[in-house]
Ligand binder design. Structure first.
Ligand SMILES: [Zn+2]
Length: 167
C-alpha cells in the first residue's frame, strides 16, 4: 500500500484516496434556494436547468513504479445524448462497452493551471465503478501527467495537499 511521511504534518499517511468536490462548480454558482428547482444532484450525476449534464468520473494518473494510480474525482460535462446513454445503462452490470463519450472538463483542479475547457473521452466501467477520464493529448501539465505518470514523491505531495486542505 502507498504510504509516505507527510511533509505538512509529519505523520505517516497510508492509501491513495481520491479527491474532488461533491458537485460541479456550476452547481455552487446557484443559490441554495434555487437549487431545489433548477438542479438534480446525486453522488454520480448532476443536471442543471435540464440542459447541463454532468457525471462524476475519475481522472487517473499513473504513479511511476507503483501499481496504484492517483485519481482526481472530477465532474465532466456530457451532451444530452451521451448523458442519456450513460443514464440508460446506469444499473447495468455490464456497461463498459457503452461509449466512450466526448466530455468537457468543466472544473479547475488545485495544483494545476486552469483545467476547465480541456477535452476528454469518458469510458464507462461495469456497475458500481466510476467512469474514467481520458484527456485528449495536450501540452497541458495535467494531460502530460496522465500520459507520462508522476513520481511517488509528487503523488505524496498531492495527497498531502488534498488531505490538509480539507482540514
Ligand atoms: Zn499530513
Amino acid at each position: 500500500m502507498f504510504r509516505f511521511k507527510c511533509a505538512s504534518c509529519g505523520q505517516w499517511h497510508e492509501g491513495m484516496p481520491a479527491f474532488g468536490p461533491h458537485a460541479p462548480a456550476r452547481y455552487f454558482d446557484i443559490t441554495e434556494a434555487e437549487r431545489a428547482t433548477r438542479t438534480l444532484l446525486s453522488s454520480d450525476q448532476c443536471i442543471i436547468d435540464d440542459r447541463e449534464f454532468y457525471v462524476l468520473a475519475r481522472l487517473e494518473i499513473p504513479v511511476v513504479g507503483l501499481d496504484e494510480c492517483f485519481a482526481w474525482l472530477m465532474w465532466v460535462a456530457l451532451s444530452e445524448a451521451s448523458y442519456a446513454a450513460y443514464e440508460r445503462s446506469y444499473e447495468w452490470v455490464e456497461r463498459h462497452h457503452i461509449g466512450p463519450f466526448f466530455a468537457w472538463i468543466v472544473d479547475d483542479l488545485p495544483l494545476y493551471p486552469a483545467t476547465a475547457g480541456l477535452k476528454s473521452m469518458i469510458h464507462l466501467r461495469n456497475h458500481g465503478m466510476r467512469p474514467w477520464v481520458e484527456l485528449e493529448p495536450d501540452s497541458h501539465p495535467l494531460a502530460l501527467d496522465q500520459a507520462n505518470g508522476i513520481s511517488a514523491e509528487r503523488a505524496a505531495e498531492i495527497v498531502a495537499f488534498c488531505l490538509h486542505s480539507e482540514d
